[in-house]
Design a binder for this molecule. Structure first.
Ligand code: ASP
Ligand code: MG
Length: 404
């Protein structure tokens, strides 16, 4: 097999961890595989470098910030190659530019345009291991660019696609994706496999195991992603295309996000264009709106309620107050102690009554649902934050997620 292995910050966070990582790589090589490696910076290093830049200048030039933070990955790539040599493995470190990562010019959030890595395939075929810096590339003018926080995952999947690997193995400090957060429900179970779509839903709810873009890329090119731990070499979770022949449970997992706030603008004139008049300025202020509910109008007036990240709560309230005055609406209300709980699973497509079951379970626990939104593979409710743990446990139990 040809495998791209990616090691995150904690897997290369110290000399000891780099030594352990080198052993994992040698092990897979000795099993007869062709290996290319992508590394993150040592854990904490990217933050440290950003902090250095900001301590010199509140608004440092982004080109130089990218040049600076890209060094974090260069350190780990070279150290890992040095360690591999010690184990008798032929290995070469490559920067993003050397490995052929061509990106757009937007610093700190560049998108990958092409990965020209044929020279790395030649190394792999000869049994040597290219060790590539994640998170970075080079734009058309030769400037170093970075891909956004957590971008090494995306580098790894992109490289796996470019070298036509059979699998992209992402080594991290958790051993897979669980049916829910084990800190809330100790009976949470590690999933053997999960579809790309489900993984995207879990990721968007704050399960920050994989950068979302890496999953989107994997989905587009059908690259299997094996999420696993470098601390405990057990089988992790395979993120793959949905297998339509498989018998699916009603749902695959329960996710939650506490980083939510709810705002309402009441008594706005119910006319064409009001949603645009409200959400236009909200979008211009770079505030991400999620769940939206518009009430049936009464006497020609309606209410609009929506959720925003909690960190944007104050800004949103201030903005809505201005709009309220301008649009002659009645009042603005808000609550920054709400949370979202979601059930997720491709099984929803073939099972009926899944949403109703969720609402029954919450009713039995006396939990009030404030807002509801659904997609083909997800039902989300907004509720008071203090009920998150109760809701998660009750749903995990009712949908028998602790059983295989
Ligand atoms: N080192 C970068 C970060 O901390 C990229 C990564 O680790 O994926 O965001
Ligand atoms: Mg990461």
């Amino acid at each position: 097999m040809r495998i791209v292995q990616k090691f995150g910050g904690t897997s290369v966070g110290s000399i000891e961890r780099i030594q352990a990582t080198a052993k994992i790589i040698k092990g897979e090589l000795d099993n007869g595989n062709e290996i290319a490696v992508v590394v993150s910076a040592m854990s904490g290093e990217t933050n440290r470098l950003l902090h250095l830049a900001n301590s010199m200048n509140d608004n440092p030039p982004m080109r130089e910030v990218d040049a600076l933070v890209a060094t974090g990955e260069q350190v780990t790539a070279a150290l890992l190659a040095i360690e591999l040599h010690k184990l008798g493995v032929s290995a070469y470190s490559f920067s993003g530019a050397q490995a052929g990562f061509k990106t757009e010019g937007s610093h700190s959030k560049a998108r990958i345009k092409a990965v020209q890595s044929d020279h790395l395939i030649q190394h792999m075929e000869k049994g040597s291991v290219p060790v590539v810096t994640g998170f970075q590339g080079v734009d058309a003018n030769g400037n170093t660019t970075t891909l956004g926080r957590g971008g090494s995952d995306t580098s790894a999947v992109a490289l796996a696609i470019a070298v036509k690997a059979d699998s992209c193995d992402i080594y991290t400090d958790v051993d897979g994706v669980y049916t829910t957060d084990p800190r809330i429900e100790p009976k949470a179970r590690k999933m053997d496999s999960i579809s790309y779509e489900e993984m995207l839903e879990f990721a968007s709810l704050g399960a920050k195991v994989l950068q979302t873009r890496s999953v989107e890329l994997g989905m587009r090119y059908n690259m299997p992603i094996h999420l696993r731990s470098s601390f405990d070499l057990v089988q992790g979770t395979m993120v793959t295309r949905e297998d339509s022949n498989m018998e699916r449970a009603e749902i695959s997992g329960v996710a939650y996000n506490r980083d939510e706030a709810k705002v309402t603008i009441k008594g706005i004139p119910d006319q064409p264009g009001i949603a645009a008049a409200v959400f236009g300025p909200v979008a211009d202020a770079d505030i991400n709106v999620d769940v939206i509910v518009q009430n049936i109008s009464e006497d020609g007036q309606t209410d609009l309620t929506f959720t925003v990240p909690r960190s944007d709560y104050d800004a949103t309230m201030a903005l809505l107050q201005t709009l309220c005055d301008k649009m002659k609406a009645r009042e603005v209300m808000g609550d920054n102690t709400v949370a979202k709980v979601s059930i997720i699973g491709v099984g929803m497509r073939s099972h009926t009554g899944v949403a109703k079951k969720m609402f029954d379970v919450l009713a039995q626990e006396n939990i009030n649902i404030q807002m509801i939104t659904t997609s083909e593979i997800k039902v989300t409710v907004v509720l008071e934050e203090k009920y998150v743990e109760l809701a998660v446990r009750a749903l995990h139990e009712a949908f028998a997620l602790d059983q295989v």
